[in-house]
Ligand binder design. Structure first.
Ligand SMILES: Cc1ncc(COP(=O)(O)O)c(C=O)c1O
Length: 430
């Protein structure tokens, strides 16, 4: 393999490289593969590993927990034992935790929907009656967050991510605009970069002074216990941080067991101040009598406590770690010497975020697709699906078995090289 960086190659060298890579690409394409690294789904082995959760409750089980029959209506805010479990995981108090249904994304959507229909605790009026709602979107970020914002017609403002989290100089400037009503954050192992916000970023976020009295910090702690390499990394509790700076009501934190037990069939939570909890419970009370406490009980009995969760996450790491290593090794071996892309090396979360040379992410995605490899669409990690540099690509290594992953990475690396070499030769549009 030619190891010379593409940007330093002569035209002749680039032409020769193109011929070589094109042949490799056609060979892979001819294999008629159908591989998928598009979404952060746990693999079958992970799901099989936790499927004994289904044996925890049977028809002759004791369904009473803390004096509450989990099978019946009641306890809108969730089983006390489930609130306690998540409070321990998030480093907050059970009174601050609301245990909902099977997806945190729904709780996020619902919180924003309530801001539009009813307003939040400190809103002057429901957001639906406002001329404009602007929203801060650290990017690259999670596409489904941006979809929520887009579906409500928010004006999304891109905030670049840095290795320490969102660019806080920019955030502090933007929140002086009263039309800026909130911000998405994935503070630990961000989607897709796998970045952990620094203590300084955290302090600056918690102490923000937004012009909007009802500014909403959407703190999506989806990967709070999701190390796939090394030890569990404790992370500050955002609720008490915000409270310290007089911002107790600014934040809603979210988490779920989607990547602990079953995605879309586990538990989700939000955590917030007591005042927000009282306000939300009043609104939720008109919406539902109580969530699925049987599933909550199943999870409490299965996971037991934070130590139980961390022990289980170690087992997930045993499956996920080698998959991430496979992706990172392939990039290091095939791409690093060529000077055509850079990437983060996360130790937690569900993604590897690759930044290609500007202008080739979409072409790479298209080449992968034509060769039978589905990836998250290029651009999806930015508001409106538009990456201004056409550079960021999200790789999700969790779903395919490792043999398939190796093949998938072969297609990815060859596609990226082909897109890069053709770009350097001026064969694709900028
Ligand atoms: C940052 C982030 N938040 C939320 C979710 C979805 O969570 P849930 O299944 O609880 O809706 C994901 C899934 O990939 C995610 O990456």
């Amino acid at each position: 393999m030619n190891q010379k960086p593409y940007p330093r190659m002569t035209r002749e060298e680039l032409m020769a490289e193109r011929e070589l890579i094109r042949a490799k690409y056609e060979e892979l394409k001819a294999q008629g593969l159908n591989l998928n690294m598009a979404r952060g789904k746990p693999g079958k082995e992970q799901l099989d590993m936790v499927s004994d959760i289904m044996d925890v409750l049977r028809s002759d089980s004791d369904f009473v927990c803390d004096g509450i029959d989990a099978r019946n209506y009641g306890n809108l805010e969730g089983l006390p034992a489930a609130r306690k479990l998540f409070a321990e995981i998030l480093g907050t108090q059970p009174e601050n935790v609301f245990v909902g249904g099977s997806a945190s994304l729904q709780l996020m959507y619902d919180t924003i929907a309530k801001a539009y229909t009813h307003g939040l605790l400190h809103s002057e009026k429901p957001w639906a009656r406002l001329e404009k709602v602007k929203w801060l979107c650290p990017a690259p970020g999670y596409d489904r967050h941006f979809s929520i914002s887009q579906s409500f017609g928010m004006e999304m403002i891109t905030v670049p991510m840095t290795p320490a989290g969102p660019d806080m100089d920019l955030v502090e400037r933007l929140i002086q605009d009263p039309e800026v009503k909130g911000m998405w954050c994935v503070p630990k192992y961000s989607n897709p970069d796998g970045i952990v916000y620094s203590d300084e970023t955290l302090r600056r976020i918690a102490s923000m002074k937004p012009a909007a009295p009802d500014f909403l910090l959407m703190w999506d702690n989806a990967y709070c216990v999701h190390e796939f390499r090394g030890e569990y990394r404790p992370f500050p509790d955002i609720l008490s941080e915000c409270e310290k700076y007089g911002n107790a009501d600014m934040v809603f934190e979210f988490a779920s067991t989607s990547k602990i037990t079953f995605p879309g069939a586990g538990l989700s939570v939000f955590a917030c101040s007591q005042a927000n909890m009282a306000y939300m419970k009043k609104l939720l009370n008109a919406q539902i009598i109580s969530y699925d406490k049987v599933n909550q009980l199943r999870h409490v009995r299965y996971l037991k406590d934070k130590a139980g969760v961390l022990a289980l996450m170690k087992k997930h790491a045993g499956i996920l770690g080698p998959k991430f290593q496979c992706v990172l090794d392939a990039l290091e071996r095939e791409i690093a010497p060529l000077g055509i892309a850079a990437w983060e090396k996360p130790v937690g979360g569900y993604f590897v975020s690759v930044n290609t040379m500007p202008g080739i992410a979409m072409a790479t995605w298209q080449l992968c697709k034509e060769a039978g490899l589905t990836l998250t669409k290029a651009g999806a990690t930015f508001p409106y699906g538009k990456d201004p540099r056409d550079s960021n690509m999200r790789i999700a290594p969790s779903l395919p078995p490792i043999e398939q992953l190796e093949k998938a990475m072969e297609i990815y690396c060859v596609s990226l090289r082909l897109a890069a070499v053709e770009h350097c030769l001026g064969m694709t549009a900028d």
